[in-house]
Design a protein around this ligand. Structure first.
Ligand code: FAD
Length: 425
């Protein structure tokens, strides 16, 4: 077996930006990226597809076009990890051996976690911005609904882009308000969690819009079943005293954010923590048991907001630390938990949430330019006009935009081969 310097599992946001960042730092590195898909998606664009602002074609590119020059793309799926042998096993039984490994397969949308949901999608008013194919249907439904009930749901955390379920709702409400139909539409937000957003600083601005649109907020209310033909959704509601009851609600439109979890081959692997995520140090993103393995993006265990914005800071952190390990040194780049969620509260305005571990606010821009806790036009322009280009041209190409990693002082370590680090596992 050839031994590659770096094997990267997944060519999504995390995998591509890390491969590019590694090559920018060390041209000529032998990197293999493994991903079975033909297409790469700019998922943050799907909210704007569902809101009628973007065409979905803007969010999709051929995979081959985003693979950095000099990186080998293996068009295959990984089935298992064998960290003690420094190998991954592909679905066809082939193996790849590595000196260091980057795990970035994203997360799994668990459509079967809600009874009847998979069969209902795309018909009878049931939609989700979480799918490339389905986001245009959200906009179609929004445009055609003239009255009745529109339900928006949010599953238990963690999910990718925790604000996305309510972003879809605000953009639909804004359209109904502008077209004079909102008074004839009952809108409710069924949230399995107990708060509108995990970081309290942004809640007041969001509550202004909840009031403006007349949204009925239902907390601790989890979607458990959908009957598409009858257009009925079933929710499990839990009370503060531990009681729970099931209710049924008819709908004309239902926007679902599905329950989410780590991919099956990660959950069942020696890399997973109890909850199934790749278990890394939240600071260095190095695996806690296998020192030559790093993970970033939606698949890993750190308690940051699972967003592409987070990867902007995670990729350089992983690149610096992985190269250190290849050189027999200790990791010294530190990730602060940065993540961001541009909340599209109306067409033309965004509440730009940016925060790190512990809910610490980490604004990129000075507050005189963009005050993240207020809805601003500039944040909308950033999302609509600038972020897609930043994604394709800077993030995926390893050109680090305001995101140089924080470095600790150099910490020499007894010379150790990366392979030897996996044996502590
Ligand atoms: P992904 O980009 O999902 O890539 C995972 C890759 O791994 C895929 O290409 C997949 O094919 C591959 N893979 C899976 N299984 C295997 C396997 N067995 N073997 C090999 N490869 C495999 N983020 C923001 O920053 N701002 C936003 O406004 C925002 N809005 C969003 C709105 C929606 C509707 C959605 C769905 C997401 C949004 N996000 C947003 C989140 C963002 O898109 C993700 O956090 C980010 O793409 C995660 O990157 P990743 O590399 O971990 O996973």
């Amino acid at each position: 077996l050839t031994i590659h310097d770096v094997v990267v599992v997944g060519a999504g946001t995390g995998g591509i930006s890390t491969a590019a960042s590694l090559l920018a730092r060390r041209p000529g590195l032998d990197i293999v990226v493994v991903d079975p898909r033909d297409k790469h998606y700019y998922q943050p664009g799907w909210t704007l597809v569902g809101g009628g602002v973007f065409e979905r074609a803007m969010t999709e590119r051929p995979m081959a076009s985003v693979i950095p020059k000099g990186v080998r793309w293996l068009h295959a799926a990984v089935a298992a990890f064998e960290p003690q042998r420094n190998e991954v096993v592909l679905e066809d039984g082939e193996r790849l051996r590595y000196r260091t490994l980057v795990v970035a397969p994203g997360l799994e949308l668990n459509w079967d976690g809600v009874e009847g949901l998979r069969e209902s999608l795309g018909r009878n008013g049931v939609t989700s911005n979480y799918l490339f194919d389905m986001a245009p249907y959200t906009w179609q439904l929004t445009q055609s609904l003239r009255g009745g009930t529109a339900l928006f749901t949010q599953p238990p955390m963690p999910i990718k882009c925790a604000g996305a379920p309510q972003k879809a709702m605000y953009l639909s409400c804004d359209h109904w308000r502008r077209t004079g139909r909102l008074k004839d539409i009952d809108v409710a937000f069924h949230n399995a969690g107990g708060v509108l957003l995990g970081v309290a600083d942004y809640v007041p601005a969001l509550m202004e819009y909840v009031k403006l649109y007349g949204i009925d907020l239902r907390f601790n209310s989890r979607l458990v079943a959908v009957d598409g033909d009858k257009q009925i959704a079933r929710f499990a509601n839990s009370g503060p005293d531990g009681t729970s009851e099931t209710i049924e609600r008819p709908f004309d439109m239902l926007h679902v954010c599905p329950p989410q979890r780590a991919p099956g081959f990660v959950r069942s692997s020696p890399l997973a923590n109890e909850a199934g995520w790749v278990e890394v140090s939240p600071e260095t993103l190095q695996h806690v048991r296998f020192g030559n393995i790093f993970s970033l993006g939606d698949a890993m265990s750190a308690p940051n907001a699972k967003t592409a914005a987070a990867i902007r800071k995670q990729a350089p952190t992983v690149a610096v630390n992985l190269l250190a390990v290849l050189d027999g040194e200790a990791p010294r780049a530190v990730y602060d938990g940065y993540g961001s969620c541009p909340l599209t509260v109306e067409r033309g305005k965004i509440v730009l949430a940016e925060f790190g571990y512990g809910g610490k606010l980490l604004p990129t821009f000075p507050t005189w330019l963009i005050e993240g806790r207020k809805p601003t036009r500039l944040a909308w322009l950033l999302k609509e006009k600038a972020l897609p280009a930043i994604y394709w041209e800077l993030l995926l190409k390893g050109r680090e935009w305001l995101a140089g990693p924080t470095l600790l002082p150099h910490r020499p370590q007894a010379q150790q081969s990366p392979e030897a680090l996996s044996e502590k596992g």
